[in-house]
Design a binder for this molecule. Structure first.
Ligand SMILES: *Cc1c(COP(=O)(O)O)cnc(C)c1O
Length: 401
């Protein structure tokens, strides 16, 4: 199982947290891994493969077109670049110098996060609106649609919206003010799957582009993602991502992806070139996407819940800690186990427990997001059969159960 890692002297870990990049993402199904291996055994025209991917992504998202990226962050970069340049190859060649282009991108302060490096790297000016009163506890309101409207001007290339279950304002209200000024809306929906219905939801609510991670719930290759949305923007994204080092008269791009007749010439290696995608990732992502849709939310949830049950059962009752199986679908799309640590009773903080699990053998990674509230959290998305029991046993050992 761990042969390749052993060969390079790297231990495998138990990922009881989730598909974080630092923990190497999710685990691919054998069919996905086999599809990638097979893809690696033949060469194809990469644009033709992306055109085929566009159809598959369009079918599952309701988008006009789609594209396989090297992750959601790459999707944000390509989407932003597409909104800034349109189909103008001169502009594409000039990025990240945005002189003379629409180059302001509007974002609510409460949506800001360090993944927006991908947006900023295009050379835009990020315009923040609103104050995060709701998050600081000082107020009840987040950014409001009128504040987007006030910030949008003739130089605005796009609005970037980060979708979480708790995100305010509503996407449809932001789309309304942005579209009133003919400004496209890019949605970062990297981790917003499941439910599978979210594949089409943000576009149905009016988003022009939406970016998903391929290496999270879809369980595709870790360095894959989806960009879906308006055909013209996907075309502009593709032009700044594909290797177009080819003679113009020789160039025959697939009509499903690129309309050559609309271009005065082809851009050179674009701003998206550093986040290139291989045939293996494209085929792996498409295979994983089809499996993700086919399995369905209920079966996936049942599979995840079973692992969380096994983990809670193996942990049993612990001295100085309360084990809670969180299985209410209304509270969380993904089941979880929360272990509330009573620091006085067990002499350890939640962070101590997270570290002891991580530094033990095998190394078990819990989700540290709630340690300040004394909670060690566990998620099912990257656990393999047999591992929940090991996590429960390690918890008993660490807490002296
Ligand atoms: C995970 C995540 C990303 C990055 O996704 P990648 O597929 O790893 O590039 C971007 N934005 C948000 C909100 C995320 O959760």
């Amino acid at each position: 199982m761990s042969g390749v890692y052993q060969r390079f002297g790297v231990r495998t870990i138990i990922n009881a947290s989730g598909p974080a990049t630092r923990l190497s993402g999710s685990i691919m199904a054998p069919e996905v891994a086999e599809a990638m291996a097979e893809a690696g055994r033949s060469c194809v025209d990469i644009a033709e493969l992306q055109a085929a991917a566009s159809s598959v992504i369009a079918r599952h998202t309701g988008a006009e077109a789609g594209y396989v990226t090297s992750g959601a962050a790459a999707g944000l970069l390509l989407g932003t670049a597409a909104c800034v340049t349109g189909l103008d190859p001169t502009r594409m060649n000039r990025l990240p110098d945005t002189t003379g282009m629409k180059s302001r991108v509007v974002m609510a302060r409460s949506h800001r996060n360090f993944y927006d490096h991908a947006v900023r790297s295009v050379g835009i000016e990020l315009v923040e609106i609103g104050i995060s009163d709701r998050f600081s506890g000082a107020g009840v309101r987040d950014a409001e649609p009128w504040e987007y409207a006030a910030a949008i001007d003739d130089d605005t290339a796009a609005v970037v919206y980060v979708a979480y279950a708790h995100t305010q304002p509503e996407l449809s209200a932001v789309v309304e003010v942005a579209h009133a000024a003919s400004v496209p809306v890019i949605v970062d929906a990297a981790g917003q799957l499941p439910p599978a219905s979210n594949l089409s939801r943000f576009l149905a609510e009016g988003a022009d582009l939406v970016a998903f991670s391929g290496g999270k719930a879809i369980a595709g290759p870790q360095s894959s993602g989806i960009l879906a949305g308006r055909r013209e923007l996907i075309q502009a994204a593709a032009l700044q991502h594909l290797d177009l080092d080819i003679l113009w008269d020789q160039w025959n791009p697939p009509a499903g992806l690129i309309d050559k007749s609309r271009l005065p010439g082809a851009p050179h290696h674009g701003i998206g070139r550093p986040c290139k995608v291989g045939k293996e990732e494209i085929v792996g992502l498409l295979t994983a996407l089809e499996r993700f849709v086919e399995e369905g939310d209920d079966a996936r949830r049942a599979r995840w819940l079973e692992h969380m049950r096994q983990l809670a059962e193996a942990a049993g009752s612990l001295p100085g800690a309360e084990v809670e199986l969180r299985d209410d679908p209304k509270r969380a799309a993904i089941p979880a186990v929360h272990v509330q640590i009573d620091e006085d009773a067990c002499g350890k903080t939640a962070l101590d427990v997270v570290r002891a699990l991580q530094d033990g053998d095998p190394s078990v990674h819990a989700n540290p997001s709630h340690v300040r509230e004394g909670v060690v959290a566990f998620g099912p998305m990257c656990l393999k059969d047999g591992e929940p029991e090991v996590v429960g046993r390690r918890l008993r050992e660490v807490l002296g159960g």
